[in-house]
Ligand binder design. Structure first.
Ligand SMILES: Nc1ncnc2c1ncn2[C@@H]1O[C@H](COP(=O)(O)OP(=O)(O)O)[C@@H](O)[C@H]1O
Ligand SMILES: [Mg+2]
Length: 317
C-alpha cells in the first residue's frame, strides 16, 4: 500500500492541444481517484495568479504532487514547469530544461544529433526566405511548425504538389518553419519510463493510418489507424529503435514518461533507414494513446502507470 497523497491534475491549457489534454486529464483523474488519492483537478487558463491560487489555496493547502496532463505550449515547454519549480511542488514528467528543449524540434535534433542519433535532414526558414529563395529542399518534404504537437500544422508535400502554401492567406505557421526531407516507409513510436537519467524504453509500435499520413484525425479518431504492437520489423530495427529512444531521452535529461517518434525507411539496409523525428515530454494519456498501450503490453495497467509516474516526479531543487 502506498501512502495517500493530495494530487493536483493540471489539464486543458490554451495550446492547440487543449482538447487532447482534457481527454488525457479526465483519464488521469479517474485513475487517481481509483488509487484513493485526494484529487484537485485544475483546468489551466492563461492566468498565473489563478493557477497559483488553485494550487495553494485549496482546502488542505499545497498538493503533495502535481500531475501535469497538459500538452503543447505553456504545459509542455518548460513554462508551467518553471512555475512549479518556483512554488516548490514536485510534478510529473520532465523538468524545465528538458521540456523547453524537446518542445523545439530543431534544437532537439541538434542535441540528440551530437549523441549520434540520425535525424531527417532539414532547415529552419521563414516565409520570406521561401518567397525570396524557394524551398530549401526539393519535394518530397514535410513542412511543420517548430514547436507544436499532435501533427498540428504538419503538411506533407509530394513531388508535383502545389507549392502555393507560401501565399499570404494560406500561411498558418507563424514566423519560422521546419522543412524536413520526407522519409518514406513506416511510422514507429517508442514509449519510455525513466528516472534520474536512467531510461527504459518499453516497446516499439508501428502506426498504420488507413489514409494519408499520421495527422491529427488519424491520431485521435478510433479506428483510423492500426497500432501494431510489437511492431512487425526485423529484430535489429526493433532493438535500434529502443536504443535510439533511450539515447535521446538521456541526451535531453528527461524524467518520468516520454515518447519518441521515428520514421523507418525500409528501402535502406539494416538499421540505416531509422530517423528520429521528435521526443514528446508530455505524451498523450487518452484511451487511444500509445504510452498506456505499451505499458499494458508489458502488463502494467493504466492506474499502475499513473501510480508509477506519481512516484517518480521531477523534484524542485
Ligand atoms: N520527415 C518526415 N518524413 C515523413 N513523415 C514525417 C516527417 N516529419 C513528420 N512526419 C509525419 O508527421 C507526423 C507529425 O510529425 P512530428 O514530427 O512527430 O510532429 P508532432 O507529432 O509534434 O506534430 C509524424 O508522425 C509523421 O507521420
Ligand atoms: Mg509526433
Amino acid at each position: 500500500m502506498t501512502a495517500k497523497k493530495h494530487v493536483a491534475v493540471l489539464m486543458g491549457g490554451w495550446s492547440a492541444e487543449r482538447e487532447v489534454s482534457l481527454v488525457s486529464g479526465a483519464a488521469v483523474c479517474k485513475a487517481i481517484e481509483e488509487l484513493g488519492h485526494r484529487l484537485t483537478a485544475i483546468d489551466v487558463q492563461r492566468d498565473t495568479i489563478g493557477i497559483l491560487q488553485a494550487l495553494t489555496m485549496q482546502a488542505g493547502g499545497k498538493p503533495d504532487v502535481v500531475f501535469n496532463a497538459l500538452h503543447g505550449r505553456g504545459g509542455e515547454d518548460g513554462c508551467i514547469q518553471g512555475l512549479l519549480e518556483f512554488i516548490g511542488i514536485p510534478y510529473t514528467h520532465s523538468g524545465v530544461m528538458a521540456s523547453a528543449a524537446a518542445m523545439d524540434k530543431p534544437l532537439t535534433k541538434r542535441i540528440v544529433g551530437t549523441y549520434g542519433v540520425r535525424c531527417a535532414e532539414g532547415a529552419v526558414v521563414t516565409r520570406d526566405d521561401i518567397v525570396k529563395n524557394g524551398y530549401p529542399l526539393p519535394p518530397p518534404f514535410v513542412i511543420k511548425p517548430t514547436n507544436e504537437g499532435s501533427s498540428v500544422g504538419v503538411k506533407v508535400i509530394q513531388k508535383g504538389d502545389n507549392l502555393d502554401i507560401v501565399e499570404e492567406d494560406s500561411w498558418i505557421y507563424g514566423e519560422c518553419v521546419l522543412i524536413e526531407k520526407y522519409i518514406p516507409g513506416h511510422e514507429l513510436t517508442v514509449a519510455l519510463l525513466g528516472n534520474k537519467g536512467q531510461a527504459r524504453a518499453l516497446a516499439v509500435t508501428e502506426l498504420r493510418p488507413h489514409q494519408g499520413f499520421y495527422d491529427y484525425t488519424a491520431k485521435y479518431t478510433d479506428g483510423k489507424t492500426d497500432h501494431l504492437l510489437p511492431a512487425p520489423v526485423p529484430a535489429d530495427v526493433y532493438d535500434a529503435s529502443l536504443r535510439m529512444a533511450e539515447t535521446a531521452y538521456t541526451a535531453l535529461n528527461c524524467q518520468g514518461a516520454a515518447r519518441i517518434d521515428i520514421r523507418w525507411d525500409d528501402s535502406l539496409p539494416g538499421t540505416k533507414g531509422l530517423y528520429f523525428l521528435e521526443l514528446n515530454t508530455q505524451p498523450g494519456l487518452t484511451p487511444l494513446s500509445l504510452v498506456p498501450e505499451q505499458a499494458a503490453y508489458l502488463h502494467m495497467s493504466f492506474s499502475e502507470l499513473i501510480a508509477w509516474m506519481l512516484e517518480h516526479p521531477t523534484c524542485p531543487a
